[in-house]
Design a protein around this ligand. Sequence first.
Ligand code: UN1
Length: 463
Amino acid sequence: MAIITRAIRDQFNPAKLSECVGQVEMITIDETKAIVAGAHDAFENWKNTSSVTRGEILRVTADLLEQNIDTVAETATREMGKTKNEMIGEVKRGASILRYFAQEGMRATGEVLPSASEMKILYSTRVPLGVVAAITPWNFPVAIPLWKIAPALVYGNTVVWKPSIEAALTGQLIADLFEQAGLPKNVLNIVQGRGSSVGQVLLEAPEVKAITFTGSNGVGQNILNTAGHTNKKIQLELGGKNAAIILADADLNLATKLTIEGAMKQTGQRCTATSRVYIEEAVYDKALDQLLVEAQKIEVGVTMGPVSSQGQYENILAAIEKAKSEGAKLVFGGGPTKDQSDGYFIDPTVFTNVTHDMAIAHEEVFGPVLAVIKVKDYEEALRLSNDSEFGLSASIYTSNIQKAFDFINRSEVGLVQVNDETGGAEPQAPFGGVKNSSTGAREQGQAAKEFFTTMKTVTINTK
Ligand code: UN1
């Protein structure tokens, strides 16, 4: 028997770098290929299993997830740094995603259509694709995997899942829960390893019929370069540079509270995070004061966790330095948290005097950094907010219903919020963006079936 040597990775706590929280065994390229082949073999049986039964397994997984909420949340907190409170919220979200898609197993899969011929019965139905590769990030180690895996499974696909190596221990717990819930062997397969090796196998494998990915634009581009010319379906959820607009007639308490929350929640590590705010000049000074009061309330190490890794830490600090060197004015935070030197802690950071050409106004930071920009009026705010390569999410804070509807119509994003923060996603609602933020069908809600199934049209001649 061949001896397999697997690389071992030590996982460290980003809040306390001396603490090793576990080890991850990385699988080899050959093992990955064998797993993909196994998922391909398992497809036939799974596809022919009643969707009601498939849904029931998701429901049981939801129950198990809730029973294990503390372990899952704690593991994620220790390996990627999100606070325990944020993780508890995310695990609950994970359970509701599973429950929503469990119900899909009982919903209609098509339509009966009239035919031009009296003799014919015509209907459409949805069928699964085959093996789906799910490649997921560390920033939502439970919710994002589940909002890909749950619809993939309930619609009858088998899945090979590569979680980010930075959330590998949490990934293993989730995969184990599906197994405990009774998912047949090889239907969901977790593969632990680097994108450049294990991930690449998934992109190239002929058995893989669809790739769903959430992460950086760079990796998204590699997926398109590798698989874009094949007939694999591709769904990419990438970056954002989400804007909030605060108009003079806004409820400033609400607007400033939610803008800081939108920017700093999860240490700014959400593709939906608020990263620039345009404030009408009539209320600029007052709104800025209130933003800073809100920022002051954040307790780094308590209500705001560290950033997830050394790479994140260095990139965010470099973006802060660049903003300073380009002439933005630092009015809050601006570097590592002084008394928290044993982890990757960065102070919530706010810049003013930001001009549209500065990197901080248009490049994604993926950290706790907010750019504040004064505008003459709504039209200027709308124009600047739309002038971005990204188009994921945007917020407007106003009490003027015409302006709110105008913004709903004219903002170039996939998710638009009125008097609410830029982030958040409910399982029953479609999620995704336009421009460089997303490629392919929307995630979640009824939109998920666009990606995870294909249609079959059936004609029966009764004559
Ligand atoms: C949220 O805002 O709660 O990676 C969800 C991300 C997004 C999900 C955001 N795909 O941050």
